[in-house]
Design a protein around this ligand. Structure first.
Ligand SMILES: *Cc1c(COP(=O)(O)O)cnc(C)c1O
Length: 519
């Protein structure tokens, strides 16, 4: 008999269960329904709504006939059940801890969702006259105020739609500033070896060449290497702080000083702002530009790649080059500065149509107000405390990549402890799925062998942290006891087994076709 953590029997004997493992007759699995793709359900011609017959028919279309559009026809309950069934096949932040390091997967408070759905925010159109959207513009202005206050920076561009988009915005500001100063020959961006892939990708996208800055044995930027690589060709450095090893760059002010002395700008990747919000102002550290992933630090949903928001705060030197539009408060209320004139004369252009993701602005602002200044500081403190709790509990069994001293908001382990077990980081992560946990970030940062990067965020209670650590410790014990089979086969209990992720990434099927057509 398998007992759960409070000693209540959960399942019959695991071995007996595995031997019996009856395949169901229908493909269902207990409470998990088998569910085809919505297109496979067919029902063309059927509709879930009743509309009156149109007054005109096909005969009025002068011979033009619309083809079958082949949209699946489902009733309202069928539609609902389809999506609920799909949602049960995947992990969700409302189900359990989401330990993805570098992603800051925190609880999305329902209060924020409620605010974002208020008609005064949700039912606006971006082309409405400014006079009719004063409340929305005021909210953007206040959000901008708090982002500037929390970062100690004088300006912010709200329109970028993700962290990576924010990086692009920041580098375009830097490029414009160099060109305005006759420094267009600066064509190189320096990036540490532990950087997130978006940093070098963004620099290359802007047309810069990328050079790597070495890392010290204790996981920080190598100052000597940085100093050696800075020169008249360097446009900017891109440094994450706390960095992707979960460590605070303790020489951050020296890093900024060296960059400025060499005429380069300091772009700070602010994805890890959650660890220091309310405690440290990046402006005080010499940062010139930094994106803030609202879906990380300020709890807006990550949502399958969008809709995101990645505002960029800017220093005095870069502020004039910020992209349009931005909110200006005047005698007639709030307006958007859209045209390259007046204070926006040097704007490098714009990042997107309109002003950014209103729904995310509302959620992030609601999060700030509901926490207050003291609450936001507590967010950073609890996120760091939780990560250190995990580091402390797991360090006996797993090998921390940087054992000396505490970590910031994420705990990083390497795979040295798996040596000789026949189990890899990937196998271990897959086995976590069978235990009901989403894997941590794997094989990133690249500088740590077989990296396992765990970020609990402040969302998790002591009880949840213990549940998670207990599961990992039990798995670690199984791996060390030589039960490699369990890991090689995993996941066995998930709706999908191990997938060919390379094939999926290299040859994605992006459109559904009936089986008959794909052959
Ligand atoms: C998440 C992340 C990014 C990219 O942010 P997106 O919002 O996903 O585009 C960049 N750098 C680091 C360190 C990150 O963790």
């Amino acid at each position: 008999m398998t007992m759960n953590t409070v000693g209540r029997p959960t399942r019959p004997d695991a071995a007996a269960e595995a031997a019996a493992a009856p395949a169901s007759l229908t493909g269902g699995r207990g409470l998990l329904q088998d569910e085809p793709l919505i297109f496979e359900r067919g029902g063309w011609g059927k509709t879930g709504v009743d509309l009156p017959a149109p007054a005109h028919d096909a005969a009025d279309l002068a011979g033009f006939v619309r083809d079958e559009v082949a949209l699946p026809g489902l009733s309202e309950p069928e539609t609902l059940r389809h999506y609920v069934r799909l949602s049960q096949k995947n992990h969700a932040i409302d189900l359990a801890l989401y330990p993805l390091g570098s992603c800051t997967m925190k609880h999305n408070p329902r209060l924020n969702e409620k605010a974002a759905r208020m008609a005064g925010f949700a039912d606006l159109h971006p082309l409405q006259p400014a006079a009719t959207v004063q409340g929305a513009l005021e909210l953007m202005d206040r959000l901008a105020h708090w982002l500037k206050t929390l970062t100690g920076m004088p300006a912010v561009a709200l329109s970028p739609k993700a962290g990576a988009h924010g990086e692009l915005c920041g580098l375009l500001c830097i490029k414009a500033a160099h060109e305005a100063a006759g420094q267009g020959q600066r064509r190189t961006v320096l990036v540490p070896t532990s950087a997130h892939g978006t940093n070098p990708a963004t620099a290359a996208f802007v047309g810069y060449s990328v050079a790597e800055i070495a890392q010290t044995d204790d996981g920080r930027v190598d100052l000597a290497d940085l100093a050696a690589k800075l020169g008249p060709d360097v446009a900017a450095i891109m440094v994450t702080n706390p960095n992707t090893c979960g460590l605070f760059e303790r020489d951050i002010m020296e890093i900024a000083r060296l960059a400025h002395e060499a005429g380069a700008y300091f772009y700070c990747d602010g994805a890890n702002f959650n660890a220091i919000v309310g405690r440290v102002k990046p402006g005080d550290l010499g940062v010139d530009a930094m994106h803030i992933n609202l879906h990380k630090t300020f709890s807006t949903p990550h949502g399958g790649g969008g809709p995101g928001a990645g505002p960029v705060v800017l220093s005095e030197a870069l502020a004039p080059f910020a992209p349009a539009p931005w909110v200006v408060a005047g005698a007639d209320g709030f307006q958007l500065a859209e045209q390259p004139a007046g204070e926006a004369a040097q704007a490098f252009g714009r990042m997107c149509a309109f002003h950014g993701q209103m729904g995310m602005f509302v959620r992030a602002y609601a999060y700030m107000l509901s926490h207050g200044a003291d609450g936001l500081r507590q967010v950073a403190e609890d996120a760091v405390l939780n990560a250190n709790y995990i580091k402390a509990r797991l360090s006996g069994a797993l090998t921390p990549a940087f054992p000396d001293g505490p970590c910031m908001h994420e705990a990083l382990f390497d795979d040295a402890w798996l040596e000789g077990t026949g189990v890899t980081t990937l196998d271990f992560a897959k086995a976590m799925i069978d235990e009901g946990f989403h894997p941590m970030t794997m094989y990133f940062p690249l500088v740590v062998h077989g990296a396992m990067l765990i970020e609990p965020t402040e969302t998790e209670s002591l009880r949840e942290l213990d549940r998670f650590c207990d599961a990992l410790l039990a798995l670690a014990q199984a791996a060390k006891a030589g039960d490699a089979e369990r890991f090689k086969a995993a996941p066995v209990l998930a709706p999908m087994r191990r997938l060919d992720e390379t094939l999926a990434a290299r040859k994605p099927k992006l459109a559904w076709r009936p089986e008959a057509e794909t052959g």
